[in-house]
Write a protein that binds this ligand. Structure first.
Ligand code: NCC
Length: 276
C-alpha cells in the first residue's frame, strides 16, 4: 500500500520488525563450542532504554556540518562501519555508543577490523546480507562474507567489548516493509546499515535524530565525510534499496522539512512512545 501515512508506517514497523540478536541457545549455534562467545542475553535486554539518540550517517554531506556538539548531546550515538570520529569531531562528534558494521568491513583486509582502534569503543553490532528468508543454518553455510570466523577472532582479541550479531530475519522483515510500501518492485538486497541502525535505535530510544540520511543543503557527490571518493550512488543507492529507504524515512519524519534542509536532521519517535 504505497499511500500509507507516517503514523501507519510507524505502527507497521513496530509490529513487524523486531530487533533480535543471536544468543548461544539458538540452533545451529548451540551445537558449536564457540557459541559461548555470543552474548548470553539479547541486545534489547542489555542496552538502553535511552531518551535521545543520534544516528550519524557516513555521507559526505556531514562534512562542514558543524553538528558535532549537537550529536554528542544525545544519550546514545550510532555510527557505521569504518566511519571515524578522530579529526572529524566538529562535524560528527566524538561519542560512539553503538557501531553497526557489515560483514564486508569485518572481513576485508583494508579495514584492519581485528587490529584498528577505530572499532574498540562502544558496543559492536555485526550483520551480514543473508539469503532471503533463509533460516540460521542455511545462512551459516552461505554467509556473504565470513562473519562468524571474524567474529570469533575479534572476540578472542577483545573479550571485554560487547559484540552482538544481528539476526538476519531483521533485514528481511525490514525489506518487506520497504517493498510493500512502494509502488514498484525493488531490488532484493537487504537495507543499508543506515536504515538498520535507525530501526535499531527506534527500538531502544524515546526520540531518534537521524543525520544526513536525507541529504541537507550540503548534499554532495562525495561518498563519505572521511574519504576523498566521489560517487553519487553512495547517496542514491546501487546494491541497497537506499532511495526507497529514504522515501520511507521521509514519510515517517516528525520533524520540520526545514531541519532536513539546514541540519540534515530527521526526527523519529521511539517504539515505546506512540500508540497504534
Ligand atoms: O557507506 P556506508 O554503507 O558505510 O555508510 C553507512 C550508512 O550511511 C548512509 N549513507 C552513506 C553515504 C552516503 N553518501 N549517503 C548515505 O545515506 C547509508 O545509510 C549507509 O548505510 C552499508 O550500508 O553497510 C554501507 O557500507 C559500504 C562499505 O561496505 C563500508 O563503508 C566499508 O567500506 C558499502 N560500500 C561498498 O560496498 C562499496 C555501501 O554500499 C553500504
Amino acid at each position: 500500500h504505497p499511500k500509507r501515512s507516517g503514523p501507519e508506517l510507524l505502527c507497521q514497523l513496530r509490529d513487524t520488525v523486531s530487533i533480535v540478536t543471536l544468543t548461544p541457545d539458538m540452533e545451529p549455534f548451540a551445537r558449536f563450542p564457540w557459541a559461548t562467545q555470543l552474548p548470553a542475553r539479547p541486545l534489547s535486554m542489555e542496552v538502553g532504554p535511552f531518551k535521545t539518540c543520534a544516528v550519524v550517517s557516513s555521507a559526505g554531506s556531514m562534512k562542514n556540518s558543524g553538528l558535532g556538539r549537537e550529536i554528542d548531546a544525545h544519550d546514545a550515538v550510532v555510527r557505521f562501519n569504518a566511519a571515524p570520529t578522530t579529526g572529524f569531531e566538529k562535524d560528527v562528534g566524538s561519542k560512539t555508543t553503538i557501531r553497526l558494521i557489515n560483514s564486508q568491513v569485518m572481513a576485508s583486509e583494508d579495514h584492519r577490523f581485528l587490529s584498528s582502534s577505530l572499532y574498540s569503543t562502544g558496543i559492536l553490532v555485526g550483520w551480514d546480507p543473508a539469503p532471503y528468508s533463509s533460516d540460521l543454518s542455511e545462512w551459516y553455510n552461505k554467509t556473504d562474507y565470513p562473519i562468524f570466523q571474524q567474529y570469533q577472532r575479534y572476540r578472542r582479541l577483545h573479550p571485554q567489548q560487547p559484540f552482538y550479531i544481528l539476526h538476519p530475519r531483521v533485514e528481511w522483515q525490514l525489506w518487506n516493509r520497504i517493498q510493500e510500501n512502494m509502488a514498484e518492485p525493488i531490488q532484493k538486497n537487504p537495507p543499508s546499515s543506515g536504515l538498520l541502525g535507525t530501526v535499531l535505535m527506534m527500538s531502544l530510544c524515546e526520540v531518534v535524530h537521524v543525520y544526513e540520511f536525507l541529504p541537507s543543503r550540503r548534499k554532495t557527490e562525495l561518498c563519505h565525510y572521511y574519504q576523498r571518493f566521489i560517487d553519487a550512488a553512495c547517496t542514491l543507492g546501487a546494491y541497497h534499496p537506499l532511495l526507497y529507504e529514504k522515501n520511507l524515512v521521509k514519510r515517517m519524519n516528525q520533524g520540520l522539512n526545514r531541519d532536513i534542509y539546514t541540519h540534515g536532521r530527521v526526527t523519529l519517535p521511539g517504539y515505546s512512545t506512540f500508540n497504534c
